[in-house]
Ligand binder design. Structure first.
Ligand SMILES: NC(=O)c1ccc[n+]([C@@H]2O[C@H](COP(=O)([O-])OP(=O)(O)OC[C@H]3O[C@@H](n4cnc5c(N)ncnc54)[C@H](O)[C@@H]3O)[C@@H](O)[C@H]2O)c1
Length: 331
């Protein structure tokens, strides 16, 4: 299973790869885009599997694409015959450092992100950063948001690299040795977060930094904001809250904001209004069993969870973020 863009770019090479290994395959192509992370796409995948016919354990489903493809296929694989093996080949930066390596799979439902889903580890994830060579720059920046996130929550040395070499990493689409180190650091840090809490019995997840307000903003943007862009807006807002509460110092807040700006990520958006952000928090609290469990950074690589974010916190931080957007950063 792949999407229309990846199919156009890589169809011939995929056909050749499987043919050289004597594998009989059928390719199901989903239209690209977040709107395709849907129940309908699951049904289309089930139909394609039925037409082709697969054996229970020895014929895996390949998910070849970005997070939309790997999340949707993983969900279909979880449901089909109560579990069919799947192999992920992430082709975006979000896929390489996050969606392609985790255990969470799912689709959106009734304008709620990832509402229907499960935990379904892949048999294998094949990480090949050469795919990034054809990825549009906006999507490279988008993936950078998840790398910045993991650096802020638990890897200050990764943050140092991002701070010193963002332009080079973006220009070279992470194809250099430094790009390899960044992806490697990022995957290692993310896998460690998953290893200690794979089934999310603990709902205080540092890796959820940037994922409190962002799901609502992303869904309400109807595709105009990408996943990582919404996460960046959420991270900036949470930094503002941490700063206001005296949890984060000016220098660290400034470093975080500067890295987000250097990656070309947004800090705010017209959809970030206090009522929408409050609604977003309510949605997320039901997902977190009634708790806020909001991760706020206290330094680069460290943070705490808080449970008492108020409307005032949100409004004041929004003002701070809006001023930054006007001035282009803290400097
Ligand atoms: N399961 C998880 O743990 C997890 C983690 C992070 C994100 N996600 C999900 O991942 C999704 C976002 O993933 P994404 O950013 O990869 O989006 P995406 O799958 O929509 O891919 C982005 C765009 O890039 C195109 N594309 C893919 N590979 C390409 C390539 N090599 N060259 C050129 N174009 C290419 C796609 O067709 C698409 O248009 C969101 O739905 C998000 O919720 C899931």
């Amino acid at each position: 299973v792949t999407d229309g863009n990846v199919n156009l770019l890589y169809r011939q090479r995929l056909n050749r790869y499987f043919a050289e290994r004597g594998a009989e395959i059928a390719i199901h192509v989903m239209p690209p885009g977040e709107s395709q992370k849907s129940m309908e796409s699951l049904v289309n995948i089930f139909d394609a599997i039925e037409r082709f016919g697969i054996r229970r354990y020895s014929d895996p489903i390949f998910a070849i694409g970005g997070g939309v493809v790997t999340d949707t296929v993983g969900c279909a694989a979880h449901l089909y015959r109560r579990g069919t093996p799947h192999i992920r080949i992430p082709t975006t930066l979000v896929g390489l450092v996050d969606a392609g390596i985790g255990v969470k799979v799912g689709v959106n439902f009734r304008n709620h992100k990832n509402l229907i889903g499960s935990y379904q580890p892949p048999m294998i994830s094949v990480m090949d950063r050469k795919f990034l060579a054809t990825l549009p720059l906006r999507h490279v920046r988008n993936g950078m948001a998840e790398i910045i996130k993991i650096a802020i929550v638990c890897d200050s040395s990764l943050f140092d690299i991002l701070e010193s070499a963002m332009d080079e990493l973006l220009d070279e689409r992470l194809q250099t040795d430094l790009g390899f180190r960044v992806i490697d650091h990022s995957i290692t840090a993310m896998l460690e977060q998953i290893r200690i809490n794979p089934w999310e019995h603990e709902l205080r997840r540092p890796a959820d930094f940037g994922h409190t307000f962002s799901p609502r903003i992303e869904m309400d943007s109807n595709g105009s904001l990408l996943h990582g862009e919404s996460v960046a807006i959420d991270m900036a807002l949470c930094c503002g809250i941490a700063l206001r509460r005296g949890l984060l110092d000016d220098v660290s807040a400034s470093r975080i904001v500067d890295v987000l700006i250097s990656a070309g990520l947004p800090l705010c958006h017209k959809l970030s209004t206090p009522p929408r952000l409050c609604r977003a928090l309510e949605d997320t609290m039901s997902h977190r069993d009634g708790w806020q469990h909001i991760f706020l950074p206290t330094a680069i690589g460290r943070g705490v969870f808080v449970e008492d974010i108020s409307v005032d916190d949100i409004e004041e931080s929004l003002r701070w973020v809006c001023e930054l957007c006007d001035t282009g950063g803290l400097k």
